[in-house]
Design a protein around this ligand. Structure first.
Ligand code: ING
Length: 317
């Protein structure tokens, strides 16, 4: 009996500053119900899906900034979504800004929660790779202040859920091969990744034309090189004048895209994912125990930035 799981990538179109959480949840409920009607057992929503992508602005008033975070998940606005998912027997993944109070200290994470079909919280992941910058850079068309508004999370932990081994990553994490390999070394069979990705990247505008290509390149590579399914889900479209890519997709362990959104609006991409499709990769070309050579990989952990060799070996001096 194949361990198959019907998964829906539930892409969201733009969420404007004026949109309330309740309005966004109403859109999510439509996607959830449509996905359930299509047989989905897990519905994957994007990164920071409840609000507009607020790191694009410098927000100096702390109360204004805090208003973008959740202190409880589910909270007042999302309880209806969690209740409906449980009623439908459908699992959820959703990204949100998490504000924790530790004594008189505030801790802020770019988080994502995985909820099983019975409503149990299977995992809470906190984004490790925070792109952008911590101090405002006025030269940019828009800011990307994730390093200002969030702390890096502790790491990548796969959990048993939905009949398999499931990992979560968020947005920029998907660009780093370490993300998939740390999960791969836990036997991951399904990696869920929400993202909010502007088309324009101010430090490297020459990359803009390749945004959609790089989006799929990194997730397809991660899937194939670790013998896992990967589901990438965008909050897409033009938010407050900032254009964001779509391209939400479901990628098989073969590396192939098997379901794809074609708009930048609220849209579902659904596929039946046979988790046993991972096995032929995990037991052959990517049989880690048989083929990996950790003695050669030390720099990956011991070194952060690249350090080139001192000089050209062929040089006379
Ligand atoms: N967004 C982007 C991402 O990694 C970015 C940041 C944009 C990186 C464009 C490179 C190019 O997809 C988030 N939220 O991480």
């Amino acid at each position: 009996m194949p361990r198959s799981l019907v998964i829906a990538a539930a892409q969201l179109g733009p969420v404007q500053r004026a949109h309330t959480r309740e309005q966004v949840v109403q859109r999510m409920l439509v996607l959830l119900r449509d996905a359930a009607a299509m047989g989905a057992e897990l519905v994957v929503f994007p990164e920071l899906c409840l609000t507009t992508f607020f790191p694009r602005w410098l927000i100096e008033d702390e109360a204004e900034l805090d208003a973008y975070y959740e202190t409880r998940m589910p909270g007042p606005a999302t309880q209806a979504l969690f209740d409906e998912a449980k009623r439908l027997g459908v699992g959820l993944h959703l990204g949100y800004a998490e504000l924790q109070h530790e004594g008189d200290r505030k801790r802020r994470f770019n988080a994502a929660m995985l909820v099983e079909r019975d409503g149990r919280v299977a995992s809470i992941y906190r984004k490790v790779h925070l792109p952008g910058h911590a101090e405002p850079e006025p030269w940019r068309r828009f800011q990307h202040l994730e390093k200002r508004y969030f702390e890096p999370g502790p790491g990548f932990t796969a959990v048993r859920a939905f009949g398999g081994v499931v990992g979560v990553a968020i947005c920029n994490d998907r660009r780093w091969s370490e993300t998939y390999r740390v999960l791969g070394l836990q036997g991951v069979e399904l990696v869920l990744i929400g993202y909010n990705t502007p088309v324009h990247n101010p430090p490297a505008p020459e990359h803009d034309r390749l945004g959609d290509f790089h989006n799929h390149l990194v997730m397809q590579a991660g899937a194939y090189q670790n013998g896992t399914w990967v589901v990438g889900v965008a909050k897409a479209g033009v938010e407050e004048g900032c254009e964001m890519i779509g391209g939400s997709c479901i990628i098989a362990p073969t590396g192939e895209v098997v379901a794809l959104c074609s708009t930048r609006d609220d849209e579902l991409a659904v596929a039946r994912c046979d988790l046993d499709l991972c096995n032929s990769y995990k037991r052959s070309v990517f049989d880690f125990a048989k083929h990996r050579q950790p003695h050669a990989y030390g720099l990956i952990v011991s070194r952060t930035g690249a350090i080139p060799p001192e000089q050209d070996r062929g040089s006379k001096s």
